[in-house]
Design a protein around this ligand. Structure first.
Ligand SMILES: CSC[C@H]1O[C@H](OP(=O)(O)O)[C@H](O)[C@@H]1O
Ligand SMILES: Nc1ncnc2[nH]cnc12
Length: 287
């Protein structure tokens, strides 16, 4: 299958440069409009699709990002490999502002978002034991240049938009084993799995949240300054990805592309035709 690399750019990353035949395209989905148009083109002969998660100009809050439309739109564009780039706080001394973490686990504490494409009339349960794709994650690690990268880490997804209290920050760090915190990778990772797209998360550390006695509270100006300093490393990683992955996407050996094989529970004669129609891109392979 032809590889298409999708990038969802988070806070501070609203566009990418250097694509051949680059153009912003409007994609419509049965789940509403994505956060913005999607910038498509090729890099080193590999197709790319870039979507700013919050929209250009940072329009959507973490709670109102249209996650389902974003993932559906990527699927419609043929995206096989989806890389999330996000700002995050750190719970670990050694994971310092400026470093990147290739996240491999999540704790989902979000509660005010649509988290599934499925529901009444077509119920499905996919595995999320390993929410990120090891192959794509390894490629992201290899593509990083000029930045310290930590391979593996647990990302706590909070609802926001306010940052955590000191008590929450200490609980996540000392008792829950979280390494980093952000507001957007859930339900994005869950939806990518339902859409059978390989997903990797590159978390750019911007702060120590509020637990660190020497660093005080999270401060948005500190976050923006660190993001500014880091955006070049993020762009470099994205630019190097096609070379690490190549133009052909073999079926994922970790099962990302076959997540729906045994997931759908609803009997064929009980399925809701209206919901099935909305699932055409995401689950068309098995419906
Ligand atoms: C700019 S600080 C808080 C904001 O930044 C992160 O966004 P993203 O994950 O899209 O990079 C965080 O999750 C919050 O939404
Ligand atoms: N400390 C933090 N908590 C939640 N989201 C963040 N994004 C960047 N820093 C963050």
């Amino acid at each position: 299958m032809e590889r298409v690399i999708g990038i969802i750019g988070g806070s501070g990353l609203y566009g990418i440069e250097g694509l051949d035949n680059g153009a912003w395209v409007r994609v419509t989905t049965p789940w509403g409009d994505p956060s913005d148009e999607i910038f498509t083109g090729t890099l080193g002969g590999v197709k790319m699709a870039f979507l700013p998660r919050h929209g250009r100009g940072h329009v959507y809050s973490p709670s109102t990002v249209p996650y389902r439309a974003n993932i559906d739109a990527m699927k419609r564009l043929g995206v096989t490999d989806l890389v999330s780039v996000s700002a995050c706080g750190s719970f670990r001394e050694e994971m310092a502002p400026g470093d990147f973490v290739i996240v491999d686990q999540f704790i989902d504490r979000t509660f005010a978002r649509e988290k599934s494409f499925f529901g009444t009339g077509c119920v499905a349960h996919v595995s999320l034991a390993h929410p990120t794709c090891p192959t794509l994650s390894a490629a992201c690690f290899a593509a990083a240049e000029g930045v310290k990268v930590h391979m593996g880490g647990t990302y706590l997804a909070m609802e926001g938009p306010q940052f955590s209290s000191l008590a929450e920050s200490k609980m996540y760090r000392e008792h829950w084993g979280a390494d980093v915190i952000g507001m957007t990778n859930m339900p994005e990772a869950k939806l990518a799995r339902e859409a059978e797209i390989c997903y990797a998360s590159v978390a750019m550390i911007t702060d120590y949240d509020s637990w660190h006695p020497a660093h005080g509270e999270v401060d948005i100006s500190e976050i923006i300054a660190t993001l500014g300093a880091n955006s070049e490393a993020a762009r470099k990683l994205i630019a190097n990805l096609p070379g690490k992955l190549g133009a052909a996407h073999e079926s994922c050996e970790h099962g990302c592309n076959t997540a729906l094989d045994f997931a759908i529970m609803t009997a064929p004669d009980k399925r809701d035709p209206a919901l099935l129609a909305r699932l055409d891109a995401v689950a068309g392979r098995v419906l």
